[in-house]
Design a protein around this ligand. Structure first.
Ligand code: ATP
Ligand code: MG
Length: 575
């Protein structure tokens, strides 16, 4: 919190001045009561002090209100600041960081955890400083007016601290568990919502309902526990209050009768005892909230302090996209997703791609095609070895710069809600409407977009659900083309596009983006046939590189793939 409030102390200080003024006026009221009772025969003094009580009461109200207004505003501003901060940190996560974070968990942190902090800040500003101040001043005033009875308040304080302190300790653990269970609820909800069509297709609603119920029940239990603990604090406060009253009557009354303390002082003592217990009770309401906010802050700090796996070097070498030729070299690259795992996903990759070449990557599912191409824009960093673009290690190029040079259409097309043109211009918002249209024409998306009533301004539903799989892929490719990169990666981007359309796209591409290097991950051999070079991957290793003509003779694996897909055709026809 200190980190967050650095440079924003003024409103907090003002709120606390209001809080202290509020307490100060509240606390002087019993003194006035004492003066009135002790001087009940002096009518002038009674009137004067009665008026003062009225004024103090009004001021108490005004300052209490002012403190609340400030507390609420600061708490809201804090929540807002944390949400923005966490959101931008998540945006800066690398792919690796994202792999390790469950979406539901991030959602809980951005919503429920921030809310806990919000309430914690609000209540703290309202009583964290004020309550101890009220307690101390009350003790001092009682010490001055009735020192003989001060020990009763000390007993009250010790009992309160012991009770509320223990409750706080227990609750802290319970709140942590509660939030962790809430993560589970949100993760399950998020996953189920994402896959609800699959659930229905396989008639697994009952299973999903049972699973959610069980997780939700766990959350209910975890939620109830701290409330149970908190429930003990209220009777405890009442018990302490009763005990204080009993002690006061037992030990105070004889002193009043003996004339050691005045009746006014005794009444003031009663009021101060209630102020102290009232404030202790306020603190006991506040403490669980602070504890809960603290547990939430710990969870948010994890995200706040996460260092992205992929970072720019301290001495980056920016390169002007215009001057990039697009030569790509993989030098002894090994890669594993989990540094702790025993095996590499990519093994000993050595590959040179000349500027302007079209290179196709073929291989079975899971052979490492997507992984290999994702290392070029640094979605992940190679575990060992280097990847060079025009002789410069990609790690030395600032990431933003790098992603202007390398553009990728990801294997899973994703569209944002909004319009088609917004989706196409996503990677280069400054490009014109006509640029977007031109990119869409190359991606063979122009025809179906033009058929829409609003053409390029047609609405795209959440996750692009109002478009077919192939249409989504074509808009996603248009988005990659519109960046006008020097290196274009299509990661199986035409898998849902029919072969004829795919042919048109691959033919039109060189005219639109002339001279750029193209890396095309393909699941169909037909996609790879025209490439300058075909790279065949098996279990994370490059097992063959060459043109179709070369590979058909030299690579048994390529031959197998070719036969299984295009075996119906005569090989001579194609070669
Ligand atoms: N984010 C990830 N975290 C951990 N392992 C991963 C991740 N992505 C892929 N893998 C693993 O890496 C291996 C290679 O996956 P990759 O996605 O590169 O294969 P691919 O050749 O693109 O397959 P496909 O043809 O199915 O797209 C697989 O065994 C997969 O389990
Ligand atoms: Mg893949």
């Amino acid at each position: 919190m200190i980190q967050i409030y650095r440079g924003h102390w003024r409103p907090i200080a003002i709120s606390q001045v209001f809080a202290l003024l509020y307490v100060a006026f509240m606390i002087f009221i019993p003194m006035q009561v004492m003066i009135i009772i002790n001087n009940y025969q002096d009518i002038n003094a009674v009137i004067q002090n009665a008026v003062l009580i009225g004024i103090f009461a009004v001021l108490t109200g005004i300052f209490c209100m002012a403190n609340t207004v400030f507390a609420v505003r600061i708490a809201e501003a804090t929540g807002n600041f944390i949400r923005n901060g966490i959101f931008s940190r998540i945006q800066n996560f690398s792919f690796g960081n994202l792999d390790r974070s469950a979406t539901g968990e991030l959602l809980t942190r951005l919503t429920s955890d921030v809310y806990q902090i919000n309430i914690g800040v609000q209540l703290s500003l309202r009583s964290l400083l004020m309550a101890p101040f009220a307690i101390i001043v009350s003790l001092v005033l009682v010490g001055i007016t009735s020192p003989e009875l001060l020990w009763i308040l000390v007993v009250v304080l010790i009992l309160s601290i012991a009770t509320f302190g223990t409750a706080m300790y227990v609750m802290q653990k319970q709140f942590q568990t509660r939030q962790a269970k809430y993560d589970l609820v949100n993760n399950d909800l998020q996953e189920d919502m994402g896959g609800i069509r699959v659930v229905k297709a396989f008639v697994r609603q009952d299973y999903e309902i049972k699973k959610y119920r069980s997780i939700n029940d766990g959350y209910r239990e975890a939620n109830v526990n701290p409330l149970h603990t908190n429930a003990i604090t209220m009777p405890a406060a009442l018990f302490i209050m009763g005990l204080a009253t009993t002690l006061l009557v037992m030990f105070g009354s004889p002193l009043v009768v003996a004339g050691t303390i005045k009746i006014g002082a005794m009444l003031a003592f009663f009021q101060y005892t209630f102020i102290i217990i009232g404030q202790m009770w306020q603190l006991s309401m506040l403490m669980p909230q602070i504890v809960s906010a603290e547990a939430s802050a710990g969870r948010l700090k994890e995200i706040w302090d996460t260092v992205p796996d992929v970072q720019d070097t301290k001495t980056p070498q920016p390169c002007t996209p215009g001057s990039v030729k697009g030569k790509i070299v993989f030098e002894n690259v090994n890669f594993r997703y989990d540094p702790k795992s025993e095996t590499d996903t990519l093994k000993n990759i050595n590959l040179t791609i000349e500027p302007g070449q079209t290179v196709a990557f073929l291989g079975a599912n899971g052979s490492g095609k997507s992984t290999l191409v994702s290392l070029i824009p640094r979605f992940y960093d190679a575990s060992s070895g280097r990847i060079l673009i025009d002789g410069v290690d990609v790690k030395d190029i600032p990431q933003e710069n790098l992603r202007n040079i390398v553009s990728i259409a990801l294997q899973k097309a994703f569209l944002f809600s909004g319009t088609i043109v917004e989706n196409i211009r996503f990677g280069r918002p400054e490009s014109s409407y006509d640029d977007a249209k031109a990119a869409a024409q190359v991606a063979d998306a122009d025809t179906f977009v033009s058929d829409q009533q609003d053409t390029y301004d047609a609405r795209v539903a959440r996750k692009g659900q109002n478009f077919s799989g192939g249409q989504q892929q074509r808009i996603s490719m248009a988005r990659a083309f519109a960046v006008k990169p020097k290196v274009l990666i299509l990661d199986d981007s035409t898998s849902a596009v029919d072969i004829e359309t795919e042919g048109r796209i691959l033919d039109a591409l060189p005219k639109f983006l002339s001279g750029i290097t193209r890396l095309i991950v393909a699941s169909r051999v037909s996609t790879a046939l025209a490439a300058d070079k075909i790279v065949v991957l098996e279990k994370g290793e490059i097992v063959a590189v060459g043109t179709h003509k070369e590979l058909i003779k030299s690579s048994p694996l390529y031959m197998d793939i070719f036969d299984s897909q295009l075996g119906g055709l005569k090989k001579e026809d194609i070669s």
